[in-house]
Every structure is written in structure tokens, then in C-alpha cells.
Design a protein around this ligand. Structure first.
Ligand code: NDP
Length: 450
């Protein structure tokens, strides 16, 4: 049995029976059978259904959001925003898929030569619990619009949301098996990736999970896309607008109770503004309201599981042993961890080196601009970086210095259906969203007429 447990109350809210081998086989057979018909549908037919999925999300956003909150502790207002964002990505691809996948003529010695973009078949998505809907929709909307079929292996702690996502597509009127949730644990994934009916896999999650999935896919010569989290830096240069940058940095770290791959996790401050910045930062963090995820004014919920809160507590304590100083928070109660700020963090500490997945941030200072750039690039992760400065020429000049997949200037790193999203180094490879995202799982077919 797979269990969903409310991390705020500790109560088991639902149990799900894992699919048996024959049931998984049937699901793959249905998916493969559906692909043969779905690939022939027009963009217009797919877009009409995708717009209905968007409408369904908007209509029942409270129902879906509530299940997210009770399954993984996300404050309800943020869960509702998550559902609204899913509607946006459905609308975006309903409108843009055809354009992003229209054939591209290339002039050669042929009478006609072009590239066409064709669906590849059944794609497996292995997804995490931190944005139980968004992580799935940003895969599913482009995949289905491209003419592919989606099968989902969601995180074991959010199976109710996983079933709800299948329900969204059913309620929207998508044909059977266009999108199926498989109620399975991760031990079943290897055999599914190896199944010839599955053509590719995408995973969002931790490095060990990504490495396991990509190794299996690589062995089968199947494409994979990996989004494995990050340790984004928030770099505040001495000429930054302090009021604006503090506000943005608080959001960047603490929204979604800090459980975001693109959250700002390393606060890197110019030493001349550090004291003033930290005072105001701590003041604003103190004001974030912790409480019942189902209360509309709660901003900090619990972590999704108690073990995750314990992991973060250990990273904090290890850093303190190595010389960091807690100036706010630091205490844990089951799955809840107080919003925590540490100073005197150096590049050798866990708070700097590892991904910290929750409401805790370490502060490191720098003297010279180049030192800040070097600190950012020291990380093994490469998802994104936010820099704060009032000098746009300086910002433009240093953008190429960063090794990350995204640089945001005077803004927190955020995902947007119109922009590619993905990382470098151990943050993974491939891109989601935008034209780049929908082109990951297609056959770019070269066509040549003599
Ligand atoms: P995991 O990476 O273990 O889980 C993510 C998904 O991968 C789940 O569906 C999980 O299934 C599956 N999975 C886990 N192990 C394997 C495997 N060996 N082979 C195939 N699939 C697997 O994340 P955790 O929940 O354990 O979180 C641990 C840490 O991972 C976090 O603290 C954070 O640092 C990072 N993380 C990053 C995310 C991101 O957005 N990039 C999101 C979530 C976590 P199952 O639940 O059944 O184990």
C-alpha cells in the first residue's frame, strides 16, 4: 500500500493499492494503443481539449488545492496559485504548440528540404511532491500537445493529487489513456523504462533518483530529461536597491516553505551592506505567518514529510558545528521547521554545499565582485542565480560569467511557460517549457527532396 499522510496533523489520509504487474502491462498497452490514434489528431483538436483542461483546473481549483495542502503541507493560498499556473501552461501550449512544432524549411541543394517535428510515443514522467500539480503539468501540457502520451509515476506521498491530475484530463474529455497515473513505488520504474512501448523519460527530483532513471534510460538508448534541483545564490551587490532586494530575497527563499528547486538558498551579500540587509531580512522573515496549511493567511506550512524536516535540521546543525551562527529560528517540531537564518556561512559548510530544501538560509559575505561570482560558481548545482544591482551595464557584463541555466537580474528565479527552464552541472540537463521544452520529446525529422 502507498500512503498519503497529512504532515501537519500526522494522520494517514488515504491508502492506495499498488498496481500489479498485469495492471501496469495493461496501462502500457492502452497508452501505446492510444498513441497510434492520438498522433494523428490535429493541433486544433488537441488545443480544444487542453483549453478544457485549463477550464477544469480553474473551475475546481479549490478542490485540487485542498488535497495538495493536506497531502504535503503547502499553504492553501499557494496551492491555489499553483493550480492557476497549471491552467496557464495548458493555455500557453494550446495556443503555441503548433507554432513551436511547425516545419522549418532549410535551404540546401535540394529542391525542398526541411525539418519536421513528430511525436515519439509514450513518455514516462517521474515527478516529485513539492509542486504536485505544476511539476506534472509543465511536462504533460507540451507532451500531449506534441502528440505524445503521458504516463505518470508520482512521488509516493502525493498519490491523491496524482489521481486528481488524471481526473483533470478525464473531466476535460481527453480520450482514454492519453494521460494515466500509475499507482506504483519507485522499484517498478526500471522495468517500465525498459519496456519497448515507453520511448523516453523525464524526472524531476533528487540526484540519486535522477541518476538511477537516466542510467536505465541510457542503457536502453532512450532519451531522458533531468531536473534535479539546485542551490541558487542570491547575490546582492553594494549598489542594489535594499528595500526591493530584501523583499524579493525573502520570497525567493521562503515561498512554498522553501521547498523549491529554484529557491534562493545561498544569500551572498557585499560586506558593506550586509548588516543593514540582514536586519531588514530577519525582520521580514519574522513576520511570515506559520500555521495550519488550510488557513488562508498561512505563509509557512510544514515540510512535506518529517524525514525531510529532520534532514534540513541536520544540515543546519552541521553548519553550526562548523562555525555558522543561527540568528533566527532553528527549531523543529515534527514536520515543521521554524524559518531559519544563519550567518558566518562559508563554502565548506552543508548550508552552502548541499541543496537545502526548506525554510532555512545561510548568509555569506564578499568583498570584491569577482569573489561573488566565484562563490556562485563554486556550487556543484547550476540551476539559476539572482543578482541584485542598480547598474544594468555591469549586470549584462557579468551574466556570461555564471555557469547556471538561468540568470535573473533584480528578480527571483521563476518558471514561466514562455521561457526555457533547466539547469547545468548536477542540476540536470534538457529544458522544460517554451519552444525548447516541447521540442525535447519529438523526432526532429530531416526531409530532403532531390
Ligand atoms: P526523490 O528524488 O527521491 O523523489 C522524486 C521522485 O523520484 C519520486 O517520484 C520518487 O518516487 C522517485 N524516485 C526516488 N528514488 C528513485 C529511484 N531510485 N529510481 C526511480 N525513481 C525514484 O526525492 P525525495 O522525496 O526523497 O526528496 C529528497 C530531496 O530531493 C529533497 O530534499 C530535495 O533536495 C530533492 N528534491 C528536489 C526536487 C526538485 O524540484 N528538483 C523535488 C523533490 C525533491 P517515491 O516517492 O516513490 O520514492
Amino acid at each position: 500500500m502507498i500512503e498519503s499522510k497529512n504532515p501537519y496533523t500526522g494522520e494517514v489520509i488515504e491508502k492506495f493499492k499498488e498496481l500489479t504487474k498485469p495492471e501496469i502491462d495493461k496501462a502500457l498497452e492502452n497508452a501505446d494503443g492510444r498513441f497510434k490514434k492520438w498522433r494523428k489528431t490535429s493541433f486544433k483538436e488537441r488545443a480544444d481539449l487542453m483549453l478544457k483542461a485549463a477550464a477544469e483546473l480553474k473551475k475546481n481549483k479549490k478542490e485540487y488545492a485542498r488535497d495538495i495542502s493536506v497531502e504535503m503541507g503547502k499553504p492553501i493560498s499557494q496551492a491555489i496559485s499553483e493550480i492557476e499556473k497549471c491552467a496557464w501552461v495548458c493555455e500557453y501550449y494550446a495556443e503555441k504548440a503548433e507554432k513551436h512544432l511547425s516545419s522549418k524549411t532549410i535551404k540546401t541543394d535540394a529542391s525542398k528540404s526541411y525539418v519536421s517535428y513528430e511525436p515519439i510515443g509514450v513518455v514516462l514522467a517521474v515527478m516529485p511532491w513539492n509542486y504536485p500539480f505544476w511539476q506534472v503539468f509543465r511536462f504533460a501540457a507540451p507532451a500531449l500537445m506534441a502528440g505524445n502520451i503521458g504516463i505518470l509515476k508520482h512521488a509516493s506521498n502525493v498519490m491523491r493529487s496524482a489521481n486528481n491530475i488524471q481526473k483533470v484530463f478525464e473531466r476535460a474529455g481527453f480520450p482514454d489513456a492519453c494521460f494515466q497515473n500509475l499507482v506504483i513505488g519507485s522499484s517498478k520504474i526500471e522495468a517500465i523504462i525498459k519496456d519497448p512501448r515507453v520511448k523516453a523519460v523525464t524526472l524531476t527530483g533528487s540526484r540519486p533518483a535522477g541518476s538511477a532513471v537516466a542510467s536505465t534510460a541510457g542503457g536502453e538508448i532512450k532519451k531522458s530529461v533531468l531536473e534535479l534541483g539546485g542551490s541558487n545564490a542570491l547575490v546582492v551587490f553594494k549598489d542594489a536597491d535594499l528595500e526591493e532586494s530584501v523583499k524579493t530575497c525573502v520570497q525567493a527563499r521562503f515561498q512554498n516553505t522553501g521547498q523549491s528547486c529554484i529557491a534562493g538558498k545561498r544569500l551572498i551579500l557585499h560586506e558593506s551592506i550586509a548588516d543593514e540587509f540582514i536586519d531588514e531580512f530577519v525582520r521580514q522573515v519574522r513576520e511570515l505567518k506559520s500555521g495550519d496549511p488550510l488557513d488562508e493567511d498561512t505563509f509557512i506550512g510544514t515540510l512535506a514529510r518529517e524525514d525531510l524536516a529532520k534532514d534540513l535540521e541536520k544540515q543546519i546543525q552541521d553548519s553550526v558545528k562548523a562555525g555558522a551562527k543561527i540568528i533566527l529560528g532553528g527549531k523543529r517540531d515534527r514536520a515543521y521547521l521554524e524559518p531559519t537564518v544563519l550567518t558566518n556561512v562559508t563554502s565548506e559548510m552543508s548550508m552552502f554545499q548541499e541543496e537545502t530544501f526548506g525554510p532555512a538560509i545561510g548568509v555569506t559575505t564578499f568583498k570584491k565582485d569577482q569573489e561573488a561570482i566565484d562563490l556562485v560558481n563554486l556550487s556543484d548545482f547550476g540551476l539559476g542565480v539572482s543578482i541584485f544591482t542598480s547598474d544594468m551595464d555591469f549586470a549584462e557584463k557579468i551574466v556570461p560569467e555564471f555557469e547556471d541555466g538561468a540568470v535573473f537580474v533584480n528578480e527571483l528565479v521563476k518558471s514561466d511557460p514562455r521561457l526555457p527552464f533547466g539547469g547545468t552541472k548536477i542540476s540536470g540537463y534538457g529544458r522544460e517549457l517554451s519552444a525548447d521544452g516541447i521540442q525535447e520529446f519529438v523526432n526532429k525529422k530531416t526531409v530532403y527532396f532531390k
